[in-house]
Design a protein around this ligand. Sequence first.
Ligand code: PXG
Length: 284
Amino acid sequence: MSTRVWINGQLFDKYDAKISVYDHGLLYGDGVFEGIRIYAGKVFKHKEHIERLYESAKAIALTIPLTPEQMTTAVEDTVAANKKVEGYIRLIVTRGPGSLGLDPRKCEPNVIVIVDDISLYPKELYENGLEIITSSYTRNHPNAVNPRIKSLNYLNNILAKIEAIRANCLEAIMLNHKGEVAECTGDNLFIVKNGVLKTPPIDAGILEGITRNFVIDLAKGDGVPFAEATLTRHDIYVADELFLTGTAAEVIAVTKVDGRVIGSGKQGPITQRLRERFTAAVRQ
Ligand code: PXG
């Protein structure tokens, strides 16, 4: 069975799932999205993703032509239509087709739900850890497109990703305008130092990752001391453990940054425990 894509209330075969070239999502990156996992037939953190989508839309003055309840149903229906038990949902709301100009007033939003598979990092990287770099691209200033908004404008992060790939790495740390650690191009970042788990606060200019929040809850439940803290590159280099969290990456250790070995050079014990907790919890 071929993949079915939901567009504005109708299901299409993926090859017939099309929108206008006048859509401001394409012309200007004007829109918002979510990336969501399906684990064991259940939409993971569905409510949280829907809430963040509506907050992103509100922040860019985009009115979604569905209630959150209708959107939730659209996602469930598309998952069912694709008979997906494990997979990935891409929820997109574009500003919609309009005239060739920035003015969004003539646009009618498009709502799209794609249910498909997600490509993971190779399995051995989950055992051995990733090597990453610090990008020369600064994460968006919060007074520009705020990183809290999951917008269709990912070019800044894509440039950092390209920089990482050129350096033979799969991810890059982005610093904020103050030179503090913000996050990676598609993941949040945590360190462990002297037994304390730390991650940058939201006002470092990051996306408030749903996986980030879940991992914080798991750590607290496990009695791991935790603090939101401003981190610099120095804190990264001298960390005992470093790992990333995200819908795509889940929880993955980082063992090298800018050529420096982090901690023991292997996935650390707290990372390993949180990863095990995470893997068990998402299927409950
Ligand atoms: N920061 C940024 C900039 C992101 O894009 C995260 C953090 C982690 O957030 P969540 O809520 O997922 O824990 C993201 C999420 C992809 C892909 O296709 C990227 C993300 C999520 C899903 C898929 O590369 N980024």
